[in-house]
Design a protein around this ligand. Structure first.
Ligand code: SIN
Length: 534
């Protein structure tokens, strides 16, 4: 077990927290301008990027156009996308893909689409998803790691968990970091701190996300005074494998893009009752349709069926999904796959501009941690790796300018453990973890109501107070740090869901089923109470 004592001070220009596509790519690019300290609380490749199957959306085919990708993003985003942000990111898509190819990502090729084999996913009006079979994220992650490891200006700290940002004179100047190898709290001082910690799927009991997705960046930024935006838009992926032994395994939307159909417990298709694009409708619609079918029939799961396609094609195009399902006793070339929706992506996050700048000096947020307005109320499939890569690029240009300004290097006081003692009952922490995650899945799920949200708000209030007390009374452990973060993010999601008096995109409240005419972003900042949270 790791508990904290005190230790070293480390100084750099750029402190980067998180090693998915945005953290790695930013580190590579920023290392041309200054010294980078790159932290991850796990091993280098443990990230949501590594788990991404579908791919990265970009306009490559001559039959496609940037305008079409922009319009698809905005339509699926349910009226809340920031058009300028969508244009900036999508217009840089082809160049960023070229760069990834130069870094060694071998996107699958074919003769038809100008070299690349382009996949189809829900909400897209053209084939535009570049992929490496069904393990795109892992290949991107590995290619970037290979580059980062060769870069002498980047120092990598695995198993280092950021606990709190360090702020002085209203500027973030680094972070207190728990070294999981030694149990010591190290001080990392930096001119610029970049949060690239990914999403927060672990705030909910059922998710496609890896164990590390505990909303750390969002919670730390909130505590440091940054604005948080649009967290109520929690995107559910419609098709996560339903199996007692295999947790959190995604069945890529790309299967539906290649013709897989959704079947109810009676073996009949149902999606055409819900949307003209049936299985390729935007993700919020497919997830809600499945939820409705499950509630109406009382079944535990629905099915995704690709068995009508040629078996060799299926095995070749989806090798990882084929193998994993086979291990679970399901031959996807012959039989349907049991699936359920589960939490997949946070469309909002730490409010950031197109360069990743937050409203706290010295602090940047990029990738899923950020809320740039790109995804609006519902993310278009395979737009997240694109956003992560482009924001990393934009931020690296912005910080090159920012560090030219004189920044006073500060004295960082040692971490103050106060009167904290070792907790005598660790089981309390795991009970609280479970309580938060069950509460979120039961009351803040795909379909919300005012009553459920009030119940959630009241309960999370008590739990959060208990966790705060635990946090200051006992020596911190990794589980306690993450518990505090998931509770903070849960509280923010509930508050923002309460603030939105309409249904839009991934946020559906049965008591406000319609969209308001003029959509607004929700924003919460520490110390400022949200409006109408009564
Ligand atoms: C998938 O492969 O279905 C996930 C793609 C995404 O979430 O963008």
């Amino acid at each position: 077990m790791v508990t904290a004592t005190l230790s070293d001070i480390r100084k750099c220009d750029f402190l980067v927290i998180g090693t998915g596509i945005s953290g790695l790519l930013f580190s590579l690019k920023a290392s041309k301008h200054g010294r980078v300290h790159l932290l991850t609380k796990a091993a280098l490749a443990d990230s949501a990027t590594s788990k991404a199957q579908g791919g990265i959306a970009a306009v490559i085919s001559e039959e496609d156009s940037l305008d079409s990708h922009i319009e698809d993003t905005i339509r699926v985003g349910a009226g809340l996308c920031h058009r300028d942000v969508a244009e900036n990111i999508i217009r840089q898509g082809p160049a960023i893909v070229k760069e990834l190819v130069e870094f060694g990502v071998a996107f699958c090729e074919d003769d038809k689409c100008d070299k690349f084999d382009l996949g189809m996913e829900g909400g897209h009006s053209h084939r535009r998803v570049l992929h490496v079979k069904d393990h795109t994220g892992a290949d991107i992650e590995n290619a970037l790691i290979a580059k980062v490891q060769k870069e002498s200006n980047i120092e990598i700290f695995e198993h280092h968990m950021a606990v709190n940002l360090f702020t002085q004179n209203a500027r973030v100047m680094g972070a207190y970091v728990l070294d999981l190898n030694t149990g010591e709290i190290d001080r990392f001082i930096s001119k610029i701190t970049v949060l690239a910690t990914g999403g927060a799927g672990r705030v909910f009991l059922y998710t496609s996300n890896p164990d590390i997705s505990t909303g750390d960046g969002i919670a730390m930024a909130y505590r440091a005074g940054a604005s948080i935006t649009n967290l109520e838009f929690i995107q559910f992926h419609p098709t996560i494998l339903f199996h007692p032994k295999i947790r959190s395994f995604l069945i890529s939307e790309a299967l539906r893009g290649e013709g897989a159909v959704l079947l109810g417990p009676d073996g009949e298709r149902f999606m055409d009752k819900y949307h003209k694009d049936a299985e390729l409708a935007p993700r919020d619609i497919v997830a809600r349709a499945i939820d409705n079918e499950l509630k109406q029939t009382g079944a535990d799961n629905v099915f995704l069926d690709i068995s009508s396609k040629d078996a060799d094609f299926v095995r070749d195009r989806f090798p990882a999904i084929y193998e994993t399902c086979l291990r679970a006793g399901i031959d996807i070339t012959k039989e349907p796959i049991p699936v359920v929706p589960a939490v997949h992506y946070v469309c909002g996050g730490v409010k950031a501009d197109i360069n990743g700048r937050t409203d706290v000096a010295g602090l940047y947020a990029i990738g899923e941690t950020s809320g740039t307005g790109f995804h609006g109320g519902n993310r278009l499939a395979s737009n997240s790796l694109l956003e992560g890569a482009v924001l990393a690029h934009n931020a690296s240009i912005d910080v090159a300018e920012a560090i030219k300004q004189p920044i006073e290097v500060v004295e960082m006081p040692p971490w103050d453990p106060g009167e904290a003692t070792d907790p005598d009952e660790h089981v309390v922490i795991s009970h609280l973890w479970d309580e938060v995650r069950r509460l979120m899945v039961n009351y803040v799920g795909i379909v919300r109501t005012n009553k459920r949200l009030i119940r959630a708000r009241n309960r999370i209030g008590f739990i959060a107070k208990e966790i705060e007390q635990f946090y200051w009374d006992f020596v911190i452990t990794p589980d306690l740090v993450e518990l505090r973060n998931i509770a903070t993010v849960a509280e923010l999601i509930i508050k923002m869901a309460r603030m939105r008096k309409e249904s839009r995109g991934a946020h559906f409240n049965r008591d406000y089923p319609d969209r308001l005419e003029t959509p607004v972003d929700t924003v919460i900042k520490k110390g400022l109470l949200p409006i109408n949270d009564n």
